[in-house]
Ligand binder design. Structure first.
Ligand code: AMP
Ligand code: MG
Length: 329
């Protein structure tokens, strides 16, 4: 069979991305443009305006870098959710237009599945337990019987969201997590904060509220260190039980916060306790990107999955465990 090329469009939140992969497993291009709020968190309408203004050049440059034209593509994959409505709609409009223009299939991709698949692709781990941690999601997942099942998740805000919001309250710029970690390096005294694990789920919103309240009375280095200890510790507890229960041979850390050296150290230690291999997605594939959508789109294309353009609705709350992943069978 001749080589196929698939384009992937990502626009669930702050990033507009366009990546192109081949059926040989090459990432030919992976370009992105990130919306950075002037103050506060992501403003969905402003982010979608950013995406609309950057879409055409990002797509063109991605094709140029891959050395391809639209006519070479076998399909266009689009991240239809979960995410912010206005952002999702902008990316979906771009992908639908391209699919119609070139008369090729539109492939619906779940953003969370894509973070897992790009991690499996890059680390060559067949069947890992996955810790997916980003600005919008915190999910511990493993494949079983046709789907990625959830073995723990956040009940409210995501780990990255909690840490970014706290970092902003300290006056640190985006992205917050690395700056918070640098500050925490010089923390000395542990400040007690609410550690909230309920069954296999975590809750970060009370932790954020309490840490923010303590800012006026605390040394920011101590407070950052304590917040990271508690936030990462909660995740590690859930990951450890999931490893013991699923008996998966390895752990894959993926998503934007996977770039954290501190989180990597903690989860590596958990893996050593359970004789599991530890893998982290490479930094350039950790945050939201188009290549992960393209690669997952290619896996789906091989299974004959596509969606008619006129019913390619976005799904703001599309859960990971609702998605059939027939390529894993
Ligand atoms: P995503 O939503 O997957 O693009 O990930 C965004 C999250 O990654 C935000 O919470 C950022 O603060 C976090 N992040 C960005 N750079 C780093 C880094 N070098 N180390 C740890 N976390 C990071
Ligand atoms: Mg993401």
């Amino acid at each position: 069979m001749s080589k196929l090329y698939v384009m992937g469009i990502e626009s669930t939140a702050h990033t507009f991305g366009c990546g192109i992969v081949s059926s040989d497993g090459e990432i030919l291009s992976n370009l992105k443009s990130e919306y950075v709020p002037t103050s506060g968190g992501i403003h969905p309408r402003e982010a979608s305006q950013h995406h609309a203004s950057k879409a055409s050049t990002t797509v063109k440059q991605s094709l140029n870098e891959a050395g391809l034209g639209l006519e070479n593509l076998a399909a266009v994959a689009i991240s239809l959710g979960p995410g912010l409505g206005p952002c999702l709609r902008t990316g979906a409009t771009v992908a639908r237009a391209i699919a119609l223009m070139i008369k090729k299939p539109l492939i619906p991709v779940n953003h969370c599945v894509a973070h897992i698949e790009i991690g499996r692709f890059a680390t060559k781990e067949e069947d890992p337990l996955v810790a997916y941690v980003s600005g919008g999601n915190t999910i511990v997942s493993a494949y079983s019987d046709g789907r990625y099942r959830v073995f723990g998740e956040t009940l409210d805000i995501a780990l990255g969201n909690c840490l970014d919001a706290f970092a902003r309250s300290l006056g640190l710029s985006h992205p917050g997590v690395p700056k918070l970690e640098a500050l925490a390096e010089n923390g000395k005294n542990f400040i007690p904060l609410p550690y909230v694990v309920k069954g296999q789920d975590v809750s970060y919103s009370g932790l954020l509220t309490m840490a923010t309240r303590k800012i006026p009375e605390s040394d920011p280095r101590d407070l950052s260190m304590s917040l990271l200890e508690v936030a990462y510790g909660m995740l590690a507890e859930v990951v450890e039980r999931a490893l013991a229960h699923t008996e998966k041979p390895s752990l894959l850390l993926t998503g934007g916060v996977a770039r954290s050296p501190k989180l990597q150290r903690i989860l590596k230690a958990v893996c050593e306790e359970h004789s599991a291999r530890f893998h982290v997605v490479p930094p350039d594939l950790a945050g939201d990107n188009g290549a992960m959508i393209a690669w997952t789109g290619y896996l789906a294309l091989k299974e004959g999955i596509s969606v008619p353009v006129d019913s390619s609705y976005i799904r703001q709350r599309w859960r990971l465990d609702e998605v059939e992943v027939p390529w894993r069978k």
